[in-house]
Design a protein around this ligand. Structure first.
Ligand SMILES: *[C@@H]1O[C@H](CO)[C@@H](O)[C@H](O)[C@H]1NC(C)=O
Ligand SMILES: *[C@@H]1O[C@H](CO)[C@@H](O)[C@H](O)[C@H]1NC(C)=O
Length: 370
């Protein structure tokens, strides 16, 4: 579809979304498996928005990540300094104070490579800084979205974002993390591959990055990473197709858009890292990874499979590798609840590590707050 057609069709597509929402409301007593009526209807609405609108249409209704950040700063009467990332067309910005922080994380937002980062993402990051007692600062990359960006452009921009971070004197591998949710989690794993045993083959675009002294990064936080769309491999993507916020055809459409309109991404371990076998992960230059999944999300089986292979690969047959990744599965949760439906602190106290957000809070307090 052309951009003009996309715009003209948008109102009709939005009416379709409303119809599907109405249908979900009427049939909820028959079909709902969600904890509440509102969650059932809300998820059906989001599922239709994400599945029935094209990437360009989604970009017409969701403001760019930098705009979301500017407007959140304006609401709080703060300046919004933007950092151009050297050697790219992309920019980034800091959440938290990199002059005072002790730990530094790259942050790669999710959205299927086609939807901009949102206020929900930013609010989650502010909470993460708060849980670390101000010791964490995150550098957010507003990478170019698909279909404008063709793989591996976004990956390359994120690698350059990390290179920029290392250009600051206080940032060293041992105090650096990589954080990403959903598609951002897949980019984080692609970066880990790139800086460890598998530099990206397209080295003219994704330039090599060697960590100082061959050291490892402190850690990574993968929030419900989107690392496969395959129902042939992973049954959960069908099991939760009427429960979660996107289904298999939507996931496939996003990966196709990311891959420049081409299929074949299933065999690319930088796009579908869940498909890499355990040996791929041997010697990954990273300390313990915190990884979350929702107990009722499409991606559940792929995330469990990845974590088991990662553990074995990192153990290299010697130890069990339990300390390579801590996997937390949130009870009754769908995709990226800390972004889409965050809890208040009291609710997090009650739920603890039964919720992905509670697990992230506990981990940050333990690992980064001292
Ligand atoms: C996935 O959801 C979209 C949006 O509601 C819908 O158009 C599509 O038919 C669904 N795909 C499958 C395989 O159910
Ligand atoms: C974290 O949030 C609490 C509650 O809003 C606030 O009192 C505290 O000062 C914040 N801490 C930091 C380091 O921002």
């Amino acid at each position: 579809m052309g951009k003009v057609t996309d715009g003209l069709l948008l109102p009709f597509q939005l009416v379709l979304v409303l119809c599907k929402l109405g249908y979900a409301a009427v049939t909820a007593p028959l079909y709902s498996t969600s904890p509440s009526f509102f969650e059932h209807v809300g998820n059906a609405g989001v599922r239709s928005l994400l599945g029935d609108l094209s990437p360009s249409q989604l970009q017409l209704i969701v403001p760019p990540f930098l705009d979301a950040w500017r407007s959140l700063c304006a609401q709080n009467h703060l300046e919004a300094p933007i950092v151009p990332i050297p050697d790219t067309k992309a920019s980034g910005f800091w959440i938290g104070d990199p002059r005072k922080a002790k730990y530094f994380s790259l942050y790669v937002h999710g959205g299927g490579y086609v939807i901009p980062g949102s206020e929900g993402h930013l609010k989650m990051l502010y909470k993460m800084v708060n849980w670390s007692d101000g010791k964490l600062a995150l550098f957010c990359v507003a990478y170019t979205l698909s279909p404008e960006a063709i793989y591996p452009q976004a990956l390359s921009e994120c690698v350059e974002g990390l290179r920029y971070m290392f250009s600051l004197p206080q940032v060293r591998p041992a105090n650096t993390l990589l954080t990403g949710d959903s598609a951002g989690g897949a980019i984080v794993l692609a970066i880990l591959s790139h800086i460890s045993a598998h530099p990206h083959p397209d080295s003219a675009i994704v330039k090599p990055l060697q960590l100082e002294g061959g050291q490892s990064l402190k850690s990574a936080i993968l929030i419900n990473p989107f690392i496969s769309s395959s129902s042939a491999r992973y049954a959960s993507i069908k099991r939760f197709q009427y429960r979660d916020t996107f289904n298999e055809s939507t996931a496939d459409a996003w990966l196709t858009a990311y891959n420049g309109g081409k299929s074949g991404f299933e065999d690319d371990m930088y796009i579908c890292p869940a498909h890499a076998d355990e040996s791929w992960w041997k010697g990954t230059k990273c300390g313990e990874i915190l990884c979350t999944a929702g107990g009722e999300e499409s991606l559940l089986d792929s995330i469990i499979d990845w974590s088991e292979k990662y553990r074995k690969g990192m153990a290299g047959g010697k130890r069990r590798g339990d300390d390579a990744v801590k996997l937390v599965v949130g009870e009754k949760e769908t995709h990226i609840m800390p972004v889409l439906a965050p809890y208040d602190e009291d609710k997090l106290d009650a739920l603890g590590e039964k919720s992905t957000e509670g697990a992230i809070r506990a981990w940050i307090r333990e690992e980064l707050a001292s």
